[in-house]
Design a protein around this ligand. Structure first.
Ligand SMILES: [Zn+2]
Length: 493
């Protein structure tokens, strides 16, 4: 058997001003042919898929097409989407005949000419492969599930936890596909849209309403006839016509059961809606005071508005400005994107002192530079190998380490992963465990600091991924939607 394999992923923040181009994909990984498989070993959904499929008794050959991941940023340019369209068409045509197609997708990619890039690519795939070739997809659970995606896939699996575990998702997808190819199951799928969006502050599945909702899906998967149950708390910065949460259930040849369970999952999310809207972030002023007063470090300061994993620019100076204003003397670490300052620092050289307008240059809606005098401590950057949320490496561009008093700042040309993994600091010889406070550019993915974290403080900061969703200028989102509109009653049934 021949199974085509491809990966395409980008998470769009409609409110980020930085467009996503082919170069963005190159920064996070753009591979072809055998490289798709080599780079996936043990990592991501493709890695999980290979892990299960290779150890199964199925006699099969992988036919890798392309692997493309761009992290999260602004809208994808039409030219970039066209590039992947062409690649997909040529790849599938050349791969034929195939017995199945495994497509690893993010599911929240918006292009300037296509609000539903994944649905669009799946429709193209279906047209080329015909109705008899199963298409199984893996999705990030922050995907915006759409009609076109569901129509053109035979089965889907979303991440079952946050922090994300794409490897597990790929394993589940492989199990589903193998069972289908062996004739053990006939997948039938139903889905339900839920007219709500929420901020990211209750997105962890370890506790609270998200745990309750995801646990229900896990319990459903133990019921007879259920193949997979997926919950989609859409990432909340996607302004598209079909935007909103969703649930999807795959059953074994039982469409009525799939519909009933998708409705049950949707109603459950709706019942929990107020709990999903509980905010625990505090103002930057309160956050820094609390971090200074904390007995031990490392206090993780989560820059919720500038989450690079959600598509923000990674150059917000809000928290740094507050650190400077309060004249903190404790060791603090953060990262900022600023190609201009990287150039100035490299020209000045290690050991010199520079006074620059730092950060706040990319996002004109929310950003503003801060003037800082700092010592250039080290020059570094480039491609860094580390497994971070399904990536096997990322590129910082050129980067420098600046020091202003007790504050050390890694300034990079490219966003990479922000400072969301200790390797970004260790790369410069700085041990983050020795810091009192450390800024992460994520609202939930601080797991890489788990070993050294004394406390996490979510900071209510402005930016393309801010929690105050009501403050965005929504244009495309279907209305009415909770909580932007008055929508007291709703049920999927
Ligand atoms: Zn996600």
């Amino acid at each position: 058997m021949r199974i085509a394999i491809a990966k395409f992923g980008q998470e769009t923040s409609t409110f980020s001003p930085v467009a996503t181009t082919l170069d963005t994909f190159k920064l996070y990984g753009l591979y072809e042919g055998q490289q798709v498989l080599d780079k996936a070993k043990g990592v991501g959904a493709v890695g999980g898929f290979l892990d299960v499929a290779e150890s199964s008794e199925l006699d099969w050959t992988p036919v890798p097409l392309f692997g493309a991941w761009a992290g999260a940023s602004g809208v994808i340019t039409a030219e970039t989407l066209k590039y992947f369209e062409d690649k997909l068409i040529a790849g599938l045509q050349a791969a034929k005949p195939v017995d199945a197609f495994f497509f690893d997708l993010h599911g929240a990619g918006q292009a300037e000419n296509q609000p539903d890039t994944e649905g669009h690519l799946l429709a193209i795939s279906r047209e080329i492969l015909g109705d008899d070739v199963p298409i199984i997809i893996a999705l990030d659970h922050h995907a915006n599930l759409t009609q076109m995606m569901v129509e053109n896939a035979n089965g889907l699996v979303a991440h079952r936890t946050q922090p994300h575990n794409p490897f597990d998702t790929g394993q589940q997808a492989a199990r589903m596909l193998i069972a289908q190819l062996r004739g053990e199951i006939a997948p039938t799928m139903a889905w339900q849209k839920i007219p709500m969006i929420t901020h990211q502050e209750q997105f962890l599945t370890s506790h609270g309403p998200m745990k309750e909702w995801f646990d229900l899906a896990r319990e459903m998967e133990t019921r007879p006839g259920v193949v997979s149950a997926s919950t989609f708390p859409m990432q909340p910065w996607l302004d598209v016509p079909e935007g909103g949460w969703a649930a999807a259930v795959v059953t074994n040849n039982d469409p009525a059961l799939a519909r009933e369970l998708a409705a049950e999952l949707a109603d459950k999310a709706w019942q929990l809606r107020d709990q999903f809207w509980v905010m625990d972030s505090v103002t930057p002023e309160v956050a820094i005071r609390r971090a200074v007063a904390a007995e031990n470090g490392v206090v993780i300061l989560s820059d919720t508005g500038d989450a690079v994993f959600g598509g923000a620019t990674g150059d917000s100076t809000t928290i740094l400005t507050e650190m400077l204003r309060q004249q903190i003397t404790q060791p603090a670490l953060l990262t900022l994107v600023d190609p201009e300052v990287v150039g100035i620092a490299i020209n000045a050289g290690v050991g010199s002192e520079i006074t620059v307008q730092l950060g706040g240059k990319l996002d004109h809606n929310f950003g503003q530079p801060v003037e800082i005098t700092a010592e250039v401590v080290k020059i570094g950057g480039g491609r860094i190998e580390a497994v971070v949320i399904g990536l096997e490496s990322f590129d910082l561009g050129r980067a420098v380490l600046l020091k202003a008093g007790s504050i050390q700042i890694v300034v990079c040309e490219a966003r990479g992963i922000g400072g969301n993994h200790p390797i970004v600091y260790r790369h410069f010889g700085v041990e983050p465990a020795e810091a009192k406070m450390l800024v992460v550019k994520t609202a939930s993915n601080w797991q890489y600091y788990r070993d050294m974290t004394s406390e996490v403080i979510r900071v209510n900061t402005p930016g393309a991924t801010m929690s105050r969703l009501q403050d965005f200028d929504w244009q495309q989102l279907p209305r009415p939607i909770y909580p932007l509109d008055d929508l007291p009653q709703w049920s999927a049934r």
